[in-house]
Design a protein around this ligand. Structure first.
Ligand SMILES: C[S@@+](CC[C@H](N)C(=O)[O-])C[C@H]1O[C@@H](n2cnc3c(N)ncnc32)[C@H](O)[C@@H]1O
Length: 369
C-alpha cells in the first residue's frame, strides 16, 4: 500500500490541496490566529518604541551578525516586549513551514505524480529544465520555508499553503493578487497583447492578469522549477490559459526586443542581490515595446533625504531582525539602493515620483514612445 492511501483525500481550499490531516489544519489555523493577535495586533505599539531606541543608539542596520546583535541588545535591555515579538515571529514561522512540509510529505508520491501529469496537459504550458544549475544566491531558505524556493520538488505546494497562513486571510482565494491585477497600471495607449510576470512563484498574479487581459498572451517566469510546475498545475485546476517558464529574471538576454506590452514583478527585488536587480531592469527595458510599461511592487527604498514610509517600515527592528531571522539576506541592500534613479538612467519615465504613491500604485515605469 502506498503511503498516500493511508489518508483520505480532504479536498481543496480554493485551488490549494488541503492539509493531509485535520490535526495539521487545526494546528495551522492556531498558528495563523496566534500571528494575527500577537504579531500584527501588537506591532503597532511595539515597533515605534523599539525603533526610537535603535535610532537613539545610532545603529546602522545591516544583515550582519554585529548589527543584529546590536539591535538585540537594545531590544533585550530596553524593550523586552519587542524581544518577545521577534521570538514569536521566528517560532511561528518555523512552526508553520515545518507543519506544512510534514503534512504534504505524507502524500508526496501522489503530489509528484500530479505534477508529472499536469506538465503535459493544457490549457497553457510549462517549460522547465531538470538539469538546471541554480546560482548560489537562490539556495536561501527565504522566509524560513523548508528547502527554500528551489530545494524541494513540492516547494510550490508548500509555498501555496504556507503563505495562506503567513499572510492570514488576505491571501485567501487569491484576493490580494486579484486586487493587485485590477490596480496595475497598463500602458498609456491601452494596448496589452503580451504580458510577462517575472518571478511569478505559483502564478497567482499571472492568472489574475489573464483574467484582467483575457485576449493577451500571458506568461509567468520564475527561476524555480518546483514553482512553475506547481503554478501550471494550479492554473489548470482553475482552467486558466497561461504559460509558465523556468527562467532567471536576470537571464533574459535571449528574449525578444521591443516585444512586451506589460512586464510585472511583485516582491522579487528585495530577495535577490543588487547585480540581479540591475541586469533584470536593463533587460526589461530592452524587451518592452516603446510605450510599454514595467510595473514593480516591492519594499520602498530609503533614498537620501527621504523619510520612512507610512505603509511599510523596513528599518529599525523589522529591517534588522526580519532580515536575519526571517532569512531575507538581501532586503537591507535593496532598501538602501536607489532603484528609482537606476530606472530613470535606463530611459524609463516614472509615472509616480512620490514614495507614498509608489507604495499605493507600485513603481510604474513607462518606456518612452
Ligand atoms: C516572494 S516570491 C514572488 C511572489 C509572486 N511574484 C507573487 O506575486 O505571488 C519570490 C519568487 O522569486 C523567485 N526568484 C528568486 N530569484 C529569482 C530570479 N533570479 N529570477 C526569477 N525568479 C526568482 C523565487 O523562486 C520565488 O518564486
Amino acid at each position: 500500500m502506498s503511503l498516500s492511501n493511508q489518508f483520505p483525500d480532504r479536498g481543496k481550499v480554493g485551488p490549494t490541496p488541503a492539509m493531509t490531516t485535520r490535526a495539521d489544519e487545526t494546528f495551522l489555523n492556531y498558528v495563523k490566529d496566534l500571528r494575527s493577535v500577537l504579531l500584527w495586533g501588537a506591532s503597532k505599539d511595539i515597533h515605534p518604541k523599539a525603533n526610537a531606541e535603535i535610532q537613539k543608539e545610532k545603529i546602522v542596520i545591516e544583515p550582519t551578525k554585529e548589527s543584529v546583535e546590536a539591535v538585540r541588545k537594545v531590544v533585550r535591555e530596553k524593550i523586552p516586549e519587542a524581544g518577545v515579538w521577534s521570538r514569536v515571529y521566528r517560532a511561528t514561522q518555523d512552526a508553520l513551514w515545518n507543519r506544512v512540509s510534514e503534512s504534504y510529505d505524507l502524500r508526496d508520491e501522489e503530489f509528484l505524480r500530479l505534477l508529472e501529469e499536469s506538465d503535459k496537459m493544457g490549457p497553457g504550458s510549462v517549460t522547465w529544465d531538470p538539469d538546471y544549475v541554480y546560482p548560489n544566491y537562490a539556495n536561501v531558505e527565504t522566509h524560513r520555508q523548508n528547502d527554500g524556493y528551489v530545494g524541494h520538488p513540492l516547494a510550490g505546494l508548500r509555498y501555496d499553503y504556507g503563505t495562506r497562513i503567513f499572510a492570514g486571510n488576505v491571501s485567501k482565494d487569491d484576493q490580494l493578487h486579484k486586487a493587485m491585477a485590477e490596480k496595475i497600471s497598463a500602458p498609456q495607449d491601452g494596448k496589452v497583447e503580451c504580458v510577462m510576470d517575472l518571478a511569478c512563484a505559483i502564478g497567482r498574479l499571472t492568472c489574475q492578469l489573464k483574467h484582467r487581459f483575457p485576449e493577451a498572451d500571458v506568461w509567468g517566469s520564475d527561476i524555480s522549477a518546483p514553482m512553475v510546475r506547481y503554478a501550471h498545475y494550479r492554473a489548470l485546476e482553475q482552467g486558466v490559459d497561461v504559460h509558465f517558464l523556468q527562467k532567471a529574471a536576470e537571464d533574459l538576454d535571449d528574449f525578444p526586443e521591443n516585444h512586451y506590452d506589460l512586464i510585472t514583478v511583485h516582491i522579487l527585488f528585495h530577495e535577490v542581490p543588487t547585480p540581479v536587480v540591475d541586469r533584470t531592469i536593463a533587460n526589461v527595458y530592452r524587451m518592452l515595446r516603446p510605450g510599454g510599461t514595467f510595473w514593480i511592487s516591492d519594499f520602498p527604498t530609503l533614498r537620501e533625504g527621504q523619510k520612512d514610509h507610512k505603509g511599510i517600515k523596513y528599518t529599525g527592528l523589522l529591517g534588522s531582525i526580519d532580515s536575519a531571522d526571517n532569512n531575507e539576506p538581501y532586503a537591507p541592500e535593496f532598501v538602501r539602493s536607489n532603484i528609482e534613479d537606476k530606472l530613470k538612467n535606463l530611459g524609463f519615465t516614472l509615472r509616480y515620483e512620490d514614495p507614498e504613491d509608489m507604495v499605493v500604485y507600485g513603481r510604474v515605469c513607462d518606456k518612452p514612445v
